[in-house]
Design a protein around this ligand. Structure first.
Ligand SMILES: *[C@@H]1O[C@H](CO)[C@@H](O)[C@H](O)[C@H]1NC(C)=O
Ligand SMILES: *[C@@H]1O[C@H](CO)[C@@H](O)[C@H](O)[C@H]1NC(C)=O
Ligand SMILES: *[C@@H]1O[C@H](CO)[C@@H](O)[C@H](O)[C@H]1NC(C)=O
Length: 355
């Protein structure tokens, strides 16, 4: 009796221990599995494809008719953006999460598919990199689009013409050798543009080399940077003056060429939201074009002071977007953060509003 009591006491002890051990095993297993899942999540965006489906982005019409052939998984293969199905086949309209329309709507090249049933969650995007001066009348698009995509800082998907990113290029920046005072590349010259007046005044005071169609000195793509790099100053004059409208004239022609931009565009404070204050010269900083010319002359002959306009280059590299696809893939990168419900009732006013 006593023996069997002792035996049953032992076996119930064993049983308790055993159950504790089981609980421990299960917990450990759960821990290991959750660790490995979150590890896989963190190391590979691709893992998510099996968890969350792709965002399908349909390009309704290529901007300026500049069609590109899309790879099967363009955003991943070219830009390492996962879960992004970028397509340009209109037959995929009903499956698209996002449809991108652009300025081609305005010149009659394409029309909105108002006859097709619009999936309730599908977002229509107005895309344009042009300034309000060149977008035409957008009043007809009230209540049509859900998101905007433009160079403007307050667009849902903001795609500036360029940006500064922390420097990863090895070694110190070398300022290219200079031999010309100021340069300007212009193809669309119109005397009504503010920039044309500034140019006319400036060229009577300092030497300005002009290239491009207007000057009958067109440059090939591979000539632009080497030629401009020899200029102390580049006239990064925008064709129209609007908030955030800071184009490749600054990012490419001036910064990538390795020269100091003299800018004409939105106010200085707006430029300073994008680039360091000692990286450029603003036409508005001077009471007259004569004062501007005097300053440029002084600066070009004072090497140390001139070089100080390149100081930022030890901290930043210039990033540009090279293709439409790269910009469109960005939609997937920020997709989760975009407003789930939105309607632009007055696109025209939105695009024109100044701060
Ligand atoms: C996502 O899209 C890519 C590119 O079209 C495709 O290769 C992949 O199979 C898709 N994944 C899912 C889960 O639909
Ligand atoms: C880069 O510039 C720093 C500071 O001017 C200097 O000390 C350094 O030697 C330079 N490095 C190279 C690789 O030229
Ligand atoms: C997108 O805009 C359309 C047109 O105004 C609207 O009917 C629809 O509800 C909007 N969708 C979302 C998800 O906001």
């Amino acid at each position: 009796m006593a023996v069997s009591n002792a035996a049953s006491a032992v076996s119930s002890m064993d049983f308790k221990k055993c159950r504790k051990f089981h609980v421990f095993l299960v917990l450990a297993l759960v821990f290991i599995i959750s660790c490995s899942v979150s590890y896989k999540w963190s190391i590979s965006g691709r893992w998510r494809e099996t968890v969350r489906s792709n965002v399908t982005i349909l390009i309704w019409t290529w901007p300026f008719g500049q069609t590109s052939t899309l790879r099967k998984d363009e955003c991943w293969d070219s830009y390492h953006v996962p879960d992004c199905n970028l397509v340009d086949s209109r037959s995929l309209f009903s499956q698209a999460d996002v449809v991108i329309y652009n300025r081609e709507l305005q010149n009659g090249v394409t029309k909105l598919p108002l006859d097709l049933p619009r999936p309730p969650a599908q977002k229509w995007v107005w895309f344009s990199l042009e300034s309000p001066t060149h977008n035409g009348d957008l009043r007809r698009y009230g209540g049509v689009f859900n998101w905007t995509m433009s160079y403007q800082n307050d667009a849902d998907i903001s795609v500036p013409y360029g940006e500064l990113v922390p420097r990863t290029t090895k070694g110190n920046y070398t300022i290219p050798a200079k031999k010309t005072m100021a340069c300007w590349v212009v193809s669309n010259y119109q005397s009504s543009h503010k920039r044309s007046g500034v140019y006319m005044s400036l060229k009577s005071l300092i030497p300005v080399e002009v290239y491009g169609r207007w000057a009958n000195k067109p440059l090939n793509d591979d000539q632009v940077l080497p030629i401009i790099s020899q200029c102390y100053f580049y006239l990064a004059f925008e064709n129209s003056l609007h908030r955030d409208y800071i184009t490749e004239k600054l990012w490419y022609n001036a910064f990538l060429a390795g020269t100091v931009p003299v800018v004409l565009g939105p106010p200085r404070a707006n430029y300073e939201a994008y680039i360091p204050k000692d990286s450029f010269i603003h036409v508005d900083d001077f009471a007259s074009i004569t004062e501007l010319a005097t300053f440029l002359n002084e600066l070009a002959s004072d090497k140390e002071r001139y070089n100080s306009y390149f100081r930022w280059r030890s901290d930043y590299d210039v990033k540009r977007y090279y293709s439409w696809q790269e910009r469109f893939c960005k939609i997937c990168e920020i997709y989760e953060r975009l407003p789930p419900r939105k309607i632009y009732d007055d696109l025209d006013s939105w695009s024109k509003h100044e701060p």
